[in-house]
Design a protein around this ligand. Structure first.
Ligand code: NAD
Ligand code: IPM
Ligand code: MN
Length: 358
């Protein structure tokens, strides 16, 4: 029996989570995987109910689970609270830190039927796109100390800090992943300006020399990398980068796949425990309308099956069902281009269709 902590969060979180759970119910029956769900409040909804974005009992439920399925948190209602009380800083970041989820894996795949939704020219992605971003998630400028606004509010400080160990452990995962893929790692930094990037580059080079000489290693500055991603995305295989650069590059990469609503991520720690979530947010502009794309949340559930529950075939089955539904022309609004053969569907309908194809 696998215990799953389900944290839908705010905005579109609960709407898309409902679809992911439907898919999990279907797939768990098919593969005879025993799942139990423990629901818990996190983010804005927890502030409203308990005056804190991360209640202790939510952390307890996560601690007693085999994996965390996370929606998204935040939104305009809570944006003006003191920074430490806000959903993102007060819940998501502490959860990542608490469970030491240092490796954030963000696969960027273009499903062939969605080539028209990609913002790039078709010829650039004619072979499809298959990149995976390894983003360091529990250090760097997000967590470095000191971090404050001066009392008179005339200046503010964030600290970008990386230790060699923190760089080494994420680098190993990226190189290992590359060995099973196209054997290339692009390490993205800003070593021409930042000291933490100088150490990053040095450390990655050393790990490469010691353990992975068969893997091609390339270093790239982050400004160039963001340009290369839209100039020629197929030059990338595995992108290895720090917390903030990975955040920004992954939203950019999402548009290669047509919509932020298509990309999911796995955040894992050294013992393989993981939190699974879409890379996008609560989408306040479309929340509550049953029009959000549930695919990122459904893919998060697939990654949970793959990485935490070691059920690769169930995960692949979900991915194939998504591809078939897209092949049939079904599109939520964010990936609908109006071409012949496309059929616009809402959040619920997309969830139901994916279940039907499993
Ligand atoms: P966002 O990712 O919520 O939305 C950006 C754009 O992408 C919007 O136009 C939105 O409609 C669209 N979009 C995102 N997911 C979609 C989906 N599944 N289907 C269709 N369209 C989708 O980013 P934002 O507007 O900058 O942030 C809104 C809130 O979400 C903020 O409070 C932010 O901090 C929070 N956020 C949370 C997480 C998280 O919990 N992991 C991640 C990112 C942002
Ligand atoms: C993400 C989000 C978060 C991040 C925010 C909400 C804290 O943008 O998961 O990409 O920056 O890590
Ligand atoms: Mn982000």
């Amino acid at each position: 029996m696998h215990k799953i902590a389900v944290l839908p969060g705010d905005g579109i979180g609960p709407e898309v989570m409902k679809q992911a759970l439907k898919v999990l119910d279907k797939i768990s029956k098919k593969y005879n995987i025993q799942l139990t769900y423990e629901f818990a409040d996190v983010g804005g909804i927890a502030i409203d109910k308990y005056d804190t974005p991360l209640p202790k009992h939510t952390v307890k439920i996560c601690e007693n689970s085999d994996a965390i399925l996370f929606g998204s948190v935040g939104g305009p209602k809570w944006e003006n609270l003191p920074p430490e009380k806000q959903p993102e800083r007060g819940a998501l970041l502490p959860l990542r830190k608490h469970f030491n989820l240092f490796a954030n894996i963000r696969p960027v795949k273009v499903f062939k039927p969605l080539k028209d939704a990609c913002s790039l020219k078709n010829e650039l992605i004619s072979e499809g796109i298959d990149i995976v971003i390894f983003r360091e998630l529990t250090s760097g400028i997000y967590f470095g100390q000191p971090k404050y606004i001066s009392e008179d509010r005339t200046y503010a400080v964030d600290t970008m800090k990386y230790s060699v160990e923190e760089i080494i452990r994420i680098a190993h995962l990226a190189f290992e992943a590359a060995k099973l893929r196209n054997n290339k790692v692009t390490s993205v930094d800003k070593a021409n300006v930042l000291m933490s990037s100088v150490l990053w580059r040095e450390t990655v080079t050393e790990i490469h020399k010691k353990f992975y000489t068969d893997v091609e290693l390339q270093h790239m500055y982050v400004d160039n990398a963001s340009m290369q991603l839209v100039r020629n995305p197929n030059q990338f295989d595995v992108i290895l980068t720090g917390n903030m650069f990975g955040d920004i590059l992954s939203d950019e990469a999402a548009m290669l796949s047509g919509s932020l609503g298509m990309l999911a991520s796995a955040s894992i720690n050294e013992s393989g425990f993981g939190l699974y979530e879409p890379i996008g947010g609560t989408a306040p502009d479309i929340a509550g309308q049953n029009i959000a794309n549930p695919i990122a949340q459904i893919l998060s559930a697939a990654y949970m099956l793959r990485y935490s529950l070691k059920s690769d075939s169930a995960a692949t089955d979900i991915e194939n069902a998504i591809e078939q539904v897209l092949n049939e022309g079904y599109r939520t609004a964010d990936i609908f281009s109006g071409k012949d053969g496309e059929k616009k569907v809402n959040t619920e309908e997309m969830g139901n269709l994916i279940c039907e194809y499993i």
